[in-house]
Ligand binder design. Structure first.
Ligand SMILES: [Zn+2]
Length: 158
């Protein structure tokens, strides 16, 4: 059973290629119906406007087909809505090492809104500024580091 889940969990996000859908936190469940061998995969889409979900569904089907599972149903669930808080620690580390600043935590107990610092993924400097609301994809904002003057993508918190 774990093998099926591992197969699906290893599918890489088509937009942020360094991170798997499991690390991104969008993989809800993988279940095999023992009576007919049908595999039901449940995922929660990320940012609306990201056209990646069709690609992810196709990639899930392809990965399972390669493992011998041809009867596959991919379900999408919208509640509770996906949040960048669902990205795992391993996923955040991979984003950082790929030069993408991980999103800031969305939910924090402090009722006073804080201006959260986005650190440069290259040199770690908190002195960064937003260059554009949209980076290489709609899910990312383009920022620049004032210390090393390198531009980098920031995965928007949601
Ligand atoms: Zn820097």
């Amino acid at each position: 059973m774990t093998t099926i889940r591992a197969t699906v969990a290893a599918v890489v996000d088509p937009e942020i290629r360094v991170i798997t859908i499991d690390e991104l936190g969008i993989l809800r469940s993988v279940e095999e119906d023992p009576t007919n061998g049908r595999v039901v995969v449940t995922i929660t889409p990320t940012y609306t406007g990201c056209p990646a979900m069709d690609v992810i569904q196709a990639d899930i089907r392809r990965a399972l087909a390669a493992a011998g599972y041809l009867e596959v149903e991919v379900r999408t669930v919208y509640t509770p809505p996906w949040s960048t808080d669902w990205i795992t620690d391993a996923g955040r580390a991979k984003l950082a090492s790929a030069g993408i600043a991980p999103p800031s935590p969305v939910r924090h107990p402090d009722p006073v809104p804080l201006t959260l610092t986005v650190r440069c993924p290259r040199c770690g400097s908190p002195e960064t500024e937003q260059v554009s609301r949209f980076g290489s994809t709609a899910c990312k904002a383009l920022r620049r580091c004032r210390s090393c003057s390198e531009p980098f993508d920031h995965l928007k918190a949601l």
